[in-house]
Write a protein that binds this ligand. Structure first.
Ligand SMILES: [Zn+2]
Length: 448
């Protein structure tokens, strides 16, 4: 805590403190909900104090022109993880409803946990920020927040204004059309342009103490129910008894929400996180970090395990023999993939061959065989896996290169495995293709 800042605050405590460059001291921050002004001061102080991990940006403006601050938190000294692969991406927003202050504060506390944890050398925070980008838009409805009202300045319910089955449930004040409001248009634009590859989206509200997953617009379970139910059961077994349900049946039918949009259009795993039901006060006697401690633990669990909230295919082996390819494959993730293909790509990126579709259930293995009569391999071709990271139609596609040393070819005359060529070239030897084998063999000797 900065003593001089506390003095300033005590002097100004009767009115809204106009801080520009210093974090609010805990005695204020822990008990007094954020206004747009104090949030602006705090996020800018984070950016000033922690430039190595805090990259502050704006997603747009509210209808009245207030900045939609996004606190981006990661170890920005590296664009990727240590192994060169992309970092996982988490998207969080708070404050769709301006009178739901505890939800907004949970978004703030989540950011604070990782920022202060990193600064203190906490291993959990270091691990997360080394491998993950957190994008946290803490207060979406800043105009409504300052008026302590659910609606934005146009009297629209922002969480009914998204372009996903908009107004199908005959909603109260959903706006004149999908994304009619500056706040929701900016939020969806941020999702589509900056974090389309997120593997977790949590939107924070206040109401009934519950976590809601899709769908809201229909009573059906989401097609990726396996992943959502695993998270529910894991949270209940180890962290919290907070109810976790599909929104339509767990709370009430609603359409045009950011949660359904996030899953149905963006393909994210999404949760609406509702903290307890207090909406009518501007502060809390109990410290916020105590009051929301259990909720923060659930958030840490979701963030710490973001690597698992998708299908993660890992090939055990590919064996080519007599015009047949046999694939042994694991799915290390908690989501099933339903339409994966194995592809053979030539050196100019052209698709030479692809398998028929196959699926691999979450945390399971599969063995599948394909006809390779039409496959003609070259010395510089490569293998790739192409699949959707979840089953939902909107889930993103990935193309992942396959390490050559998992590919083996059985020669038809001797039926002997020739493993190891691929260590130096993605192509090993195809059955009966002894000429190719000789080429690869000579390259290998040169490289040695
Ligand atoms: Zn709400």
């Amino acid at each position: 805590m900065r003593v001089w800042a506390l003095c300033v605050l005590l002097l100004a405590s009767a009115s809204v403190p106009m801080l520009t460059s210093a974090q609010q001291p805990d005695i204020i921050q822990e008990h007094w909900y954020h206004t747009y002004t104090t949030l602006t001061a705090d996020v800018n102080a984070w950016a000033d104090d922690h430039p190595d991990i805090v990259d502050l940006t704006i997603a747009g403006q509210t209808e009245l022109g207030k900045n939609l601050w996004v606190v981006r938190i990661s170890d920005w000294s590296n664009d990727t993880k240590a192994d060169g692969t992309d970092k996982e991406i988490v998207y969080i927003d708070g404050g769709h409803h301006g009178n739901e202050h505890l939800g907004t504060e949970l978004a703030f506390l989540t950011a604070e946990f990782y920022i202060e944890g990193w600064a203190a050398g906490d291993q959990e925070a270091i691990d997360v920020l080394t491998n993950t980008e957190l994008h946290i838009l803490i207060m979406l409805n800043a105009d409504g927040n300052d008026l302590d009202t659910r609606w934005n300045i146009n009297q629209v319910d922002l969480n009914r204004n998204y372009d996903h089955h908009w107004n199908e449930q005959d909603e109260t004040q959903p706006g004149s059309g999908p994304f009619s409001e500056a706040e929701t248009a900016a939020n969806s634009n941020y999702m589509n342009t900056v974090v389309p590859n997120a593997d977790l989206y949590v939107t924070m509200h206040t109401g009934v103490w519950i976590m809601l997953h899709p769908w809201g617009y229909i009573p059906d379970q989401p097609i990726d129910w396996e992943m959502f139910h695993f998270i529910r059961d894991d949270v209940h077994a180890n962290i919290s008894d907070i109810p976790i349900r599909n929104a339509n049946e767990g709370l009430y039918p609603n359409s045009g929400t950011s949660r359904d949009y996030g899953y149905g259009i963006m393909g994210y795993p999404t949760f609406t996180f509702e903290t307890d039901d207090e909406q009518w006060l501007l502060g809390t006697v109990e410290a916020l970090s105590d009051r929301l401690g259990e909720e923060l633990e659930v958030m840490r669990y979701l963030i710490d395990n973001v690597w698992s909230w998708r299908a993660r295919l890992e090939i055990q082996s590919i064996v080519l023999e007599d015009d047949e390819l046999t694939l042994d494959i694991n799915n290390l993730g908690r989501a099933t993939t339903a339409n994966a293909t194995l592809q053979y790509i030539d050196s100019s990126g052209g698709l030479v061959w692809n398998s028929s579709n196959f699926s691999v259930n979450a945390t399971n293995s599969a063995q599948v065989s394909f006809d390779t009569t039409s496959l003609s391999m070259t010395t510089d071709g490569t293998w790739e896996l192409r699949y959707q990271v979840r089953i939902v139609e909107s889930a993103r596609w990935v193309s992942e290169p396959i390490e050559a040393d998992v590919v083996a070819v059985v020669e038809d005359d001797e039926s002997s495995f020739l493993i190891g060529y691929g260590l130096f070239n993605p192509v090993t030897i195809i059955a009966g293709f002894v000429a190719v084998a000789a080429v690869v063999q000579s390259e290998k000797e040169e490289e040695n």
